[in-house]
Ligand binder design. Structure first.
Ligand code: HEC
Length: 148
C-alpha cells in the first residue's frame, strides 16, 4: 500500500505541470499581442471586433503567416505586416481572403468562414503589427464582394 503512494504522486506531477503551463500560456497570449487596442482610439464594440479578428487569425492564418505577421518564405506566404495588400485598397484584400491566391497556396476562405468573421480578420490584419487603418470594414462590404 505505502508503495503505491509515491507512484500515484509522481504520476500526477506531469499532469499538474501541463495544467500550469496551459494556464500560463493562455495568459501570455492575452497579453503578448502588440499594441492591444488603445481605448481612447477605439470604441468597446470595435475592440471586440479586433479581438475576434485576432483570435480567428491565430487559428486560421498564423500557421502560414505567423502570429507576428512576418510570413514564411519557405511556404511562399508573404509578410502581412506592412504588406501592400494589408495596407492598400480593401477590395483587393477582401478578394484574396475570400478566393485565395496562387492556385490554393493561399486557401480560399469564402466557404470556411462567415462574412462577419472575414471582416473581423481583415480589420485585425489592417491594424496589427504597426499596420494602421482605423476605418473598419463591415460584413456587408465582404458580402458585396462575395456576391459579385
Ligand atoms: C496554407 C498557408 C496559408 C494560410 C493558412 C493562409 N495563407 Fe494567406 N497566403 C498564403 C500564400 C502562399 C500567399 C501568397 C499567394 C500568392 O500570391 O501566390 C498568401 C497571401 C496572402 C495575402 C496577400 C498578401 C500580399 O501582400 O500579397 C493575404 C492578405 C493573406 N494571404 C491573408 C491571409 C488570411 C487573412 C488568412 C487566414 C484567414 C490566410 N492568409 C491564411 C498562404 C496561406
Amino acid at each position: 500500500m505505502s508503495d503505491g503512494r509515491p507512484h500515484r504522486l509522481s504520476a500526477a506531477y506531469p499532469a499538474l505541470a501541463l495544467l500550469f503551463a496551459a494556464a500560463c500560456g493562455q495568459r501570455d497570449s492575452g497579453n503578448g499581442a502588440p499594441p492591444l487596442w488603445d481605448p481612447s482610439a477605439w470604441t468597446p464594440a470595435q475592440i471586440q471586433q479586433l479581438e475576434s479578428g485576432r483570435r480567428l487569425y491565430a487559428h486560421k492564418c498564423a500557421a502560414c503567416h505567423l502570429t507576428s505577421g512576418q510570413g514564411q518564405v519557405a511556404l511562399g506566404a508573404p509578410a502581412l505586416r506592412g504588406s501592400a495588400v494589408a495596407t492598400g485598397p480593401v477590395a483587393l484584400h477582401i478578394g484574396i481572403v475570400l478566393n485565395g491566391r496562387g492556385n490554393g497556396a493561399m486557401p480560399a476562405f469564402a466557404g470556411a468562414l462567415d462574412t462577419r468573421s472575414i471582416a473581423d480578420i481583415i480589420n485585425y490584419e489592417r491594424n496589427a503589427w504597426g499596420n494602421s487603418e482605423p476605418r473598419l470594414i463591415t460584413a456587408q462590404q465582404v458580402e458585396a464582394i462575395k456576391n459579385r
